[in-house]
Structures are given as C-alpha cells and as structure tokens.
Design a protein around this ligand. Sequence first.
Ligand SMILES: Cc1ncc(COP(=O)(O)O)c(C=O)c1O
Length: 490
Amino acid sequence: MSNEETLDPENWDELRTLGHRMLDDMINHQRDIAKIKQAFPTETSIKQICTPLTEDGEGEQAVYEVFRNSIQPHISGSAHPRFWGAVGGTGSPYGMLTSMLNAGLNYATEEPPSVAGYTHKQVIEWIKDLLNYPKEAGGVLVSGGSEANYTGLAVARNACSEVDMKACGMQDVPRRMTMYVSEGGHHCLDRSVELLGIGGNNLRRIETGDDFRIKLDSLEKAIKRDRDEGYHPFCIIGNAGTVDTGAFDDFNVLANIAAREKMWLHIDAAFGGWVKISKTHRHLADGLERADSVAIDLHKWMYMPYGIGCALVRDRVAHYSTFAYGHDAQYIKAHRDLLSESDQLIRPDMLALPLSREWRSLKAYMLLRAYGRGKYGRLIQQNLDQAKYLADLVKDDPDMELTTPVASNVVCFRFNPGGLNEDELDKLNRTIINDIYKVRFWMISDTVVKGRFTLRAAITNHRSKRKDFDYIFNLVKEVGHKHFATLKKF
Ligand SMILES: Cc1ncc(COP(=O)(O)O)c(C=O)c1O
C-alpha cells in the first residue's frame, strides 16, 4: 500500500461538519459582536496557546477547540461598535465570507490574462473613479496603508533620482535627497524613508498651523534652504487625514509648489481619502487627483477585512520600472512574453514587493460591487456626522473641551472642569484614559498634539450608533468627575 500523504481529509463529511460549525460560529461572532466583553487572555488561555509543537499533530477538531476556548473569547477589538481607538478596521460579515472564498481558491497571482487579473484591474478602476483620480493612472493592491505609502515613495525616489537607482542605489546620488511632510505625518512614512535608504534625517517635518495643516510658507522656506545648501528636494508628502487630528493639507497648493519645484507629490490618504465619497467633506480632498501617487487603505474606512490597501501612481511606466525585476527570471519568462505592453503595466507582481500574492482584489471586488458607491458613501457620511455629533456634545458641555479643530472623522477632546493648570489636566486625562482602557481597550485612544495630552476618537466604524457616542461621552465625564473629586481632596 502506498504511504503517500496529503493534507486533504480522509473523511470529507467530517471536515464539512467541522467547516459548517466554524462558519456558524463566525457568523454568530459577527452577529453578537456588540455583546462581547473585553477579556484579555487568561493564564489558562496563554498556557493553551503557547505549547510545544507535537510530532503527530493534535487534529483539526482539537485545535479548533483551542481556538474556541482560548483564542476567540479574547477577541472583539476594532470590530466592536464602541471602538474608535487608533484607526481601526471593523470588517463585515460579507467581507468575512469573501475572505473564505479567497482562501478556498488559493490563487497566487492577480495578473492578466487570469480572471484574477480582471478583478484586480477592475478594482483599481473603481478606486480611481471613487477618488476622482486620473483614468490614465495605474495602481496596485497591497497589504495596507504602510505598504501603499512605501510603494508610492519607492516610485517617487526612483523616478526623481539623479542616478540609475536600480543599479546604483542611494550609494551614488550626487546630492542628498530630501523629502517634506507636516509634523502630523504618520510614522510609517519614517519607516519607508528609512527602508528606502533615504534616511530619516532627510524627511523634513514641517510645522503646522492651528488648523494642523502644513504651514505652506515654512514648507517653501525649507525647500529653498535645502536647495541653497546643495540638497536635492524631490518629494512633498501631503496628508489626507492625519492620524492624530484628521487634518487635511491643501493639496492644490502642494501640487502647485511641487510643479514649480519639479518635485513629486505623494499623498498619504490612508483613511481620509474616502471623504471623497461623502456629501459634506469631499472638498477637503480637492487636489488629491493632482498627486503623482496616493496611498489609501480599504481595511480602515472602507470596512474591508484586513489587510488591504492601494497605491495609485499616475505614471504607470515609472511605477512598473521601479518594481519590475532588473533581470527577468527564466522560470516565469515564457508566458510573460506573451503579454501585451498594456497588460505588462498592470501586472500587480511587477508593481509591488511580493511575487506570490494573495488574491486581495476578490474581496474588494465583491464588496464594492455588493454595496456600491451609495452605501459606502452613506457610511462614510454617517461617521462624519457622528464625529460632529460627538464634537457638539463636547462643545456644549462646560466640563469638556475640544482640544483640536474637528476637520473630519477624528475628535480630540479632554475632560476639563476648570480651575486646573495644563499639568494637572494632563495628569487627570491620563488617569481617565487608563480607566477607560479597563472597560474596553482602545475604545478611544489618546495622543499628544502640540505638546498637549488629549483623548481621541477616530470614527471609522460602520457599527457605531449615536447612543454609543452618548455612552463614551458620559463615561469620560463620569470617570473624570470621580478623579477630579479625589484631586480636590488634596
Ligand atoms: C494616516 C495614516 N497613514 C498610514 C497608516 C498606516 O496604515 P496601515 O496600518 O494600514 O499600515 C495609518 C494607520 O493608521 C494612518 O492613519
């Protein structure tokens, strides 16, 4: 008898029964998400999880019980209706099912002429259309905002460098290359700049005004100073929704400066770019269509399952030539030589880092097509209206204070009953957030803007209702008053 093995089950009916149970459990998880209480992993769960690997395996059923008993009970996170910490992704029930189809088909590339090539191409077309980005531009789906920024900035570096960057790298640049972003730029930009060999010191952080937008005169001065000193200013990064405050730079002015200075304009629109499909805030992203490249997420404010983002690049050839292999590997050459030039330019494996790719476009394709522009636009608008609702609650209450202007879907605020100096307010609000975290970690989060500690709600959640904002508002006040009363005793 042959002793060849496979990972396919011996008994398909048993697997089917287990699979149906898993599906039911996950649908119930999604249905009941609002009821899930915060529960950090217990000692028992950790012991169950962190165990030596057995030689013979424990079997699918037994390992699923570990998932059910020790993993799933400790998860609710950003899918919960009361999650507005960091910038979270909620996912959705249908999104979950599309991910299952993806894993079921397990198709590794998204290149033409495969059907996956068509879904990828179509999703990029839809995203460009939703963002009003030029039709002639290209793009690629990637793992999220960080990779989308990295992708756009890699193209910027190669396209603007004064040497053949692929051959020489940063070793041979005649002038040090410099980039510019406001002090509100996300820290993943630092990571990209470091990984691209540009060096963190060469990413100039430009101050912002009271509106948290980049100060244009400071930007222009910095570019001029660098040029005068022999540097090579090559890229301006605009923010469409800064992570701390949700502020938007003025992209039309940035595009004018970039054009005049012969620089690349990249926009980090990770979550904020989606204001483009709102009714009330789309003007904030005016001029985004003039950027040379744009990074945007679909797993945050488009509520798709992690991890999916998109890099759009206006110049398809510059994009392709940054990532295409300098050599063409022989084992994949044959069928690629059959592709037309236009198909070459939309090969996702030549537009981003991975060669083997998850079929990300499948979920984006199905979700966008299932819900359409209208539903997504209304959900984005709902979150923007909820941000205003929360901001109004704060504004109208003498014990609460907005700490930054509310430009979009991020509300920065603090408990401020009066009579306390900045240090005391800082301390009091730190105590408040620690108590809030005990109720639910990152229900809201905190940050420091212009040296001031603040509470912060970033609303990218299709499950939140107005009552949830009443809840967090009242909770902050209640916890605030409790700690304020203790303070007064001393
Ligand atoms: C403005 C901004 N840019 C980039 C990122 C990084 O995106 P990701 O977490 O998808 O890698 C984030 C994440 O919150 C963000 O808010």
